[in-house]
Design a protein around this ligand. Structure first.
Ligand code: AMP
Ligand code: MG
Length: 340
C-alpha cells in the first residue's frame, strides 16, 4: 500500500483536510496530529475500519481505543446516560488532553472497546483533527500511530518510520506540543478513577473530582492474570529494544551510578549532562516537566541507534505532568526501577 502524504504545513490545508475526511468516510485509516501524540484514526462507527487500525499497529484486540469528537452533540452520539459530572469535566478540560470513560452507545462499533460496555471519549484541542472530524461528520477512534509496544509518535517522521506502507495516509502537521497521551478518567466506577495520567494533572482533577481515586496500575506492575480497569495498562509499552532501567536518585548519585556501567546510555536531565562520562540523550531540565513530557518519546526512539548494552533513564518527580512521564517510563523499563 502507498501511504499518501497530506501536507497541512506547506501544502493546501483545506484540500488535505478534505482528502483525509474522504478516506475516513470510505473506511480508510489516516494518521493525524493531535496536541498529545499522533493518532491513527478510523471511523468510530466502522468495525471494518477499526480492524485495519489494530492490524497496522499489531495492537492486541482487547486494548480499547479512544473516540475523538469535535463538539458536544457528537458526545451524545457515542455515549449513553452521561452523568452531570461529565459535563462539568468537559467544560473544564475540553478541548484538551483529557479522556472520559462513559457508557457506550449502541452506535459505536463493537471493536472500539471489545467486550466492554464503556467507551473512552476525548475532544482534542489540535485544530487539524477537529477540522477532519467536522469535515467527515464522524467521531474518530484513534490510538497512538505507532507499532504497538514502541514509543508513541510525536512527529510525522516517527509515524512514517513505524507505519509507512501500512496505512492509507498521514497528515504532515506540527510536532505534538504535549508529547504524552491524554489523561484517562473513568466516570463509570463507584468513584471517579484515574486510569492513565497525562497533561491534565491529578492536582487539576482533584479541583473538579475531589473523591477521585488513582488506579494502582498507574505505578505498579499488574498482577499476572488480574483484570485491570484500563486494559492498555497490562502491556509492556513505549520500550526501546535496549535493556531499559528507570533510576531514582539525585543528580550526583545518578551520575556516579551510570558512569560505573559499561557501554551504557543515559536518558537524563540537562543538569546531569556535565557529570556524565557515557553517551547521553537529554530529555529536558528536571524543573521543566512540560519539556520532559514533550521530549520523552523522541529520546526513547533514539536509544537503540546508540547500540548500548543498557539504558538508564533518570526518573522525574511523580507530581504534575511528571506523573504521566513516570508512568510511561516505568512501562518502558518493564518495571525495572533502581532506587539509589
Ligand atoms: P492509546 O490508544 O494508545 O492512547 O491507549 C488508550 C488507552 O485508553 C488504553 O490504555 C486503554 O486501556 C484506555 N481505554 C480506552 N478505552 C477504555 C475503556 N472503555 N475503559 C477503560 N480504559 C480505556
Ligand atoms: Mg498507544
Amino acid at each position: 500500500m502507498t501511504t499518501e502524504r497530506l501536507d497541512i504545513l506547506s501544502g493546501d490545508y483545506q484540500n488535505s483536510i478534505k482528502r483525509a475526511a474522504d478516506i475516513l468516510k470510505s473506511d480508510g485509516i489516516v494518521a493525524v496530529p493531535t496536541e498529545t501524540v499522533y493518532g491513527l484514526a478510523a471511523s468510530a462507527f466502522s468495525d471494518a475500519a477499526i480492524l485495519k487500525v489494530f492490524e497496522a499497529k499489531g495492537r492486541p484486540q482487547d486494548n480499547p481505543l479512544i473516540v475523538h469528537i469535535s463538539d458536544m452533540d457528537m458526545l451524545k452520539g457515542v455515549a449513553d446516560d452521561i452523568p452531570d459530572i461529565a459535563f462539568v469535566c468537559a467544560k473544564k478540560f475540553w478541548p484538551g488532553p483529557f479522556t472520559m470513560v462513559l457508557k457506550k452507545s449502541g452506535a459505536v462499533a463493537d471493536s472500539v472497546s471489545p467486550g466492554l460496555e464503556t467507551v473512552a471519549v476525548r475532544m482534542p484541542l489540535e485544530k487539524s483533527i477537529r477540522d477532519i472530524i467536522d469535515c467527515a461528520g464522524l467521531p474518530l477512534a484513534a490510538p497512538s500511530a505507532n507499532i504497538s509496544g514502541c514509543p508513541s509518535p510525536t512527529t510525522y517522521t516517527h509515524v512514517l518510520n513505524d507505519l509507512d506502507g501500512k496505512i492509507d495516509a498521514v497528515v504532515l502537521g506540527n510536532d505534538c506540543k504535549i508529547g504524552v497521551e491524554s489523561t484517562v478518567v473513568s466516570l463509570c466506577t463507584d468513584k471517579p478513577r484515574l486510569l492513565r495520567p497525562g497533561a491534565v494533572t491529578l492536582e487539576q482533577l482533584k479541583a473538579v473530582l475531589p473523591d477521585i481515586e488513582v488506579d494502582k496500575a498507574i505505578l505498579s506492575e499488574p498482577e499476572n492474570g488480574k483484570k485491570v480497569a484500563s486494559p492498555g495498562m497490562k502491556y509492556k509499552h513505549y520500550a526501546p529494544k535496549t535493556d531499559t532501567f528507570l533510576v531514582e536518585g539525585n543528580s550526583e548519585k545518578y551520575a556516579e551510578f551510570v558512569n560505573g556501567r559499561e557501554n551504557a546510555v543515559a536518558v537524563c536531565f540537562a543538569e546531569d549532562k556535565p557529570f556524565l562520562k557515557v553517551k547521553t540523550l537529554v530529555y529536558g531540565s528536571a524543573n521543566d516537566q512540560s519539556a520532559l513530557a514533550k521530549n520523552v518519546f523522541s529520546a526513547l526512539r533514539q536509544v537503540d541507534q546508540l547500540k548500548a548494552t543498557a539504558v538508564y533513564i533518570h526518573a522525574p518527580e511523580k507530581t504534575g505532568v511528571g506523573l504521566a512521564v513516570y508512568n510511561r517510563l516505568i512501562r518502558a523499563a518493564a518495571f525495572k526501577v533502581i532506587s539509589l
